[in-house]
Every structure is written in structure tokens, then in C-alpha cells.
Design a binder for this molecule. Structure first.
Ligand SMILES: [Zn+2]
Length: 424
């Protein structure tokens, strides 16, 4: 009987271990050490887009998404068991609002739907998930063995130019706001888009001040470099880039330049490295763009053929991409970016912001959130100490959040209103 129990335990342990992808040619001792650190550490991921399918595809995070695909054909990266395997303490659920709402309207409604979906998921699975809004909440959840659900708005136009709405979003628990997505709008300019405000408008600066006063991180992911600098001029609290990598390693407008990295270090903020291969590596980015251009006629034909069958289209497109592979940068490239930010800004100003479920593919060797220990393993392999690794995984973010909360506590109530009143 004892032997059977021992066998069962071994079997269970090995199943648990195999839930993550072990690195190729891994040093088994170092790998086990990485898994132990992952378990002990507070692990905070700055950005996860699983929230959108929670609304659009009725996804319940308790059901397994391993090996499954989104309606658009991209593989899923997240569910509760995968979050556990990844050792995640706190996940930021992206309240992502598309820039198309600037034309169609409905930005705030979309944000409200996503916020409710996040709360409902936590209500459905109280043993696993817990809504969190403070650094203390995150530390408490770690002790309770629960995963914190936090929320960050992606696309500042979700407040529809109203500081009243911004304050309501704060009350609902939103703790960061990415000032733009990919389009410039009334008060802030986006990366890679035509500027409308020469950075941040006067109202945009009011938004930043009000976020400081409330205790909501200003997130510089997706904004233009000018906005990054304007934010750093105005903000009295630490800021974050919830999901951006280093521009020196790949000159992409979504990444952060060394000059801004140095300013974020002075500001006390954190740059949370994005895992999307096309942001991490110029070669992947180039080959992805070239493939998209080359296969456009075929993709258009497939779209016409599967007009009423989105899943059929997604599967056919997946096959087309599989038949036309590109160079996909390995997961170790994530740690190249961590190394670089450490070298320029310091070890206290780097974190992780995966962008899981917001990107079409992940670095080679990585399947989803369960594979976060790969990053820990690679840092160990490069000689990072456990204390340094824990800073990157979550302690840096917690330090910045605690400071951000302190700045908020010092501020008086203000009476600002909406853009209409302030602009003219
Ligand atoms: Zn994004």
C-alpha cells in the first residue's frame, strides 16, 4: 500500500512538473531551484488580455484552455490551472478598449463589461481568485494561496474625457490606465500614430495629476515617446509600463528608449517586459510583417471562402501560417530585455508584463502563463540571485505600488471635471 501511495505521489509530482515546459537541455538541479523560487516569490504579471474572451467568448477561467484556440485562431495562454503552474500571485486583467470606439462610441460601456466579467470570474471561483486593489491585498493573497485579480484600463479614451468617470473607474478597482492604445485621441498621442496634441494636452496632464491623487498608476505602454516624457514631467508618483520592452534591443515604437528608462529609474517606476516576439526581436518582427504582406491574397481568399464560419477561417489561416513559418525568437530573449533594462535603469526598475492572450504567438519554447518559470530559470542560469529574481518577478512592482499609494494618501480632494469644461 505504501509503495502504491509513494508511486501515486511521484506520479502526481511529475504530472505537476510537466505542466510547465522544461527548457531544452535544462540543468535539472537549476530547474528545480527555479520552480522553488517561483513558488516562494510574489509573481505579478502586468498585462493579460484574457478578459476580452471572458466577455466575447463566454470563457470561464476554470475550464482548461491548454491546446485550445481563440475564435480568431490564436492559441489561448491562460486559465486558472495554468496561472497556478506559472506561480502567479497577481494578474492584471486588461480592460482593453479598442481605438475603433473613438469612431463608434461605446468605450466606457466596453470597459464596464470587462470590469464586470473580471468580478464575476472572482465571484465564481472564490477559492482560487480574489479581487485585489492594493499592495497589501497582493501580499495577503500570497499568504492565502490565492491568485489576485487586478484591473488596468488599456486605452485612456475609456474615460470619455471625463475625470468623473476616471474617479468611478478607480472606485471600481482599476489600478492602472494605459493612456492610449494604438491611436492618438483628444488628450494623448499614441506610439506609431500621427500626433494630435504634441504629446499630452493640458487635459491629459490633468488626467495624470488626478491619477496620482487617486492612486492609479499612469501606464506609458502604447503612448508616444513625447507622452512618456510629458508624463514623467508631471507625475509625482512612480509610473509603469505594464507591457513594454527595450527599444535599444529592437527599435519598435512600442518599446521604451534608454533615455526614458533612465527617467523611469529616477521616478521610481517599473518597466514590465512584454513577451511578444515581434517586440522582443527585430528579425521576428520583420519576418512577421513580410509574411502578412506576402500571404495577404491567400488570407483574403480564405476570408471570403469561410465568410460565415469564423472557426473554419481561423483553422485555415493557422494552417497557412504553419506552412509558412517565420523565425520566432526564443524565450531567452525576454531575459535579454530584462538584462538591458537592469543595465540602464537598474535592477529595481524591471518587471514582467507578458501580454498573454493579447498576442498571436509567444517566444519559442513558451506556451502560456504556465511557462513563466522559464524566465526565472534563465535569470538563474545567467547568475541572478534569488533576491534579484524576486525583484523582477514582483517586488519591484509592489515597491512602486506602495509608493504610488503613499502619494495618493497625501493629496487633497480636487474638483476637476470633464474635458468640455476644461478645454474651452
Ligand atoms: Zn497592449
Amino acid at each position: 500500500m505504501k509503495t502504491i501511495t509513494a508511486l501515486l505521489i511521484t506520479l502526481t509530482v511529475s504530472i505537476v512538473c510537466f505542466a510547465q515546459t522544461m527548457p531544452k537541455d535544462a540543468d535539472p538541479v537549476l530547474w528545480q531551484r527555479a520552480l522553488r523560487i517561483q513558488k516562494r516569490a510574489i509573481v505579478i504579471d502586468g498585462h493579460n488580455d484574457i478578459t476580452s474572451p471572458m466577455v466575447d467568448e463566454d470563457l470561464d477561467l476554470a475550464s482548461s484552455t491548454r491546446g485550445k484556440f481563440h475564435k480568431d485562431g490564436d492559441p489561448f495562454h491562460t486559465d486558472i490551472s495554468r496561472l497556478k503552474d506559472g506561480g502567479v500571485t497577481a494578474e492584471f486583467f486588461a480592460i482593453y478598449v479598442s481605438g475603433s470606439t473613438l469612431k463608434t462610441g461605446g468605450a466606457m460601456r466596453r470597459a464596464m463589461d470587462l470590469i464586470d466579467a473580471t468580478y464575476r470570474e472572482a465571484e465564481r471561483h472564490p477559492k482560487d481568485l480574489s479581487m485585489c486593489t492594493t499592495a497589501a491585498d497582493i501580499r495577503r493573497a500570497k499568504k492565502q494561496g490565492k491568485i489576485c485579480a487586478l484591473m488596468g484600463i488599456e486605452g485612456g479614451y475609456a474615460i470619455e474625457n471625463s475625470l468623473y468617470a476616471l474617479r468611478d473607474f478607480y472606485r471600481l478597482g482599476v489600478r492602472y490606465m494605459t493612456l492610449t492604445h494604438n491611436v492618438s485621441h483628444d488628450w494623448a498621442d499614441a506610439h506609431g500614430d500621427v500626433p494630435k496634441n504634441n504629446g499630452l494636452s493640458d487635459f491629459g496632464k490633468e488626467v495624470v495629476r488626478e491619477m496620482n491623487r487617486l492612486g492609479m498608476f499612469v501606464d506609458i505602454s502604447h503612448v508616444s515617446e513625447k507622452v512618456m516624457n510629458d508624463v514623467l514631467d508631471v507625475s509625482t508618483a512612480p509610473i509603469i509600463a505594464s507591457h513594454s520592452s527595450a527599444r535599444a534591443l529592437n527599435d519598435h515604437t512600442r518599446n521604451v528608449s534608454d533615455a526614458v528608462l533612465r527617467r523611469v529609474a529616477k521616478n521610481g517606476g517599473v518597466i514590465m517586459v512584454n513577451f511578444y516576439p515581434s517586440f522582443l526581436d527585430g528579425r521576428t518582427n520583420k519576418e512577421e510583417n513580410e509574411r502578412a504582406a506576402r500571404l495577404k491574397p491567400q488570407i483574403d481568399a480564405l476570408r471570403a471562402k469561410f465568410k460565415d464560419d469564423p472557426e473554419g477561417f481561423a483553422a485555415a489561416q493557422r494552417k497557412l501560417f504553419a506552412d509558412n513559418p517565420i523565425y520566432v525568437t526564443p524565450y531567452t530573449r525576454i531575459v535579454d530585455h530584462i538584462d538591458h533594462i537592469r543595465d540602464v535603469a537598474g535592477i529595481d526598475h524591471v518587471g514582467i508584463g507578458s501580454d498573454f492572450d493579447g498576442v498571436p504567438f509567444l517566444p519559442a519554447g513558451m506556451n502560456g502563463v504556465e511557462d513563466l518559470p522559464l524566465v526565472t530559470y534563465e535569470m538563474l542560469r545567467r547568475g541572478y540571485t534569488e533576491a534579484q529574481i524576486r525583484k523582477v518577478l514582483g517586488e519591484n512592482f509592489l515597491r512602486a505600488m506602495t509608493q504610488m499609494e503613499k502619494v495618493a494618501g497625501n493629496r487633497q480632494i480636487s474638483g476637476q471635471g470633464s474635458l468640455k469644461k476644461l478645454k474651452k
